[in-house]
Design a protein around this ligand. Sequence first.
Ligand SMILES: [Zn+2]
Length: 205
Amino acid sequence: MQIPRYLLEGHKAYLKETQPKVQQRQEELLKKGQSPEVLWIGCSDSRVMPETIVNSKPGDLFVVRNVGNMVHSYESGTNSVGAAIEFAVGSLGISHIIVCGHEDCGAMKAIQAGGVDANKTPSLANWIRTTIKDLGPTFTVASDLTELTKRNILLQIERLKHYPLISEALAENKISLHGWYINIKNGYLEGYDPKKQSWGRLVDC
Ligand SMILES: [Zn+2]
C-alpha cells in the first residue's frame, strides 16, 4: 500500500515554509538540549493538535498522547505514561502538567457504553477498564458526554498526584496541574478552576 501522497506533499510544504522559521531555534535546542516547561497529556484523536491549539514552538511542549488522555495509577507497573511523567518531572524539571480532553472523544463514548469488546480489542478494553471503575456508575453509563469527559480529566489529575515525583514537587510548590478541555467545533480551550470548581474559557477573543 502506498504512503498517502498528502503526507509527502505536506512534508515538502513543511521543509519550504516551516523549517526555515524554526531552524535557528532547533539548532539552539540541539546544542543545549530541550527544557520544556510543560508536559501535555492529551488524547490521540486526529482532530486535536496540541502544538497548533496553543501555537507552540519547538521545545515548548513535552507531549504524551493516548486513547482518552489517561494516566494510569502509579502502581500499575510498565506504563508509558508513567515513564514519560518521570522523565518530564524528574529529568526535565517541567513545571506544568496539562491534561487535555476534548469534544466528541471516542474513548469517552466507549466508557459511556460500558466498555468495548474484550475479545476483539483486548488492549483497549484493558486500557479503559480502570477508568470506568474509578469514574463510577454516576459518570459513565448514560451520563452527558461533555460532563463525563471533564470528570475524566479531573480523575487523571487526581491520579497524577499519586506519583511520588509529582506529590513532592506539589509540596514544594514547583509544579502545577491543569485540566483543559478543547472544543473541536469552535477551537476554544476551557480550563478547570479548582477554587470555583467550574470550567471556563481560558481566553476570550
Ligand atoms: Zn479522544
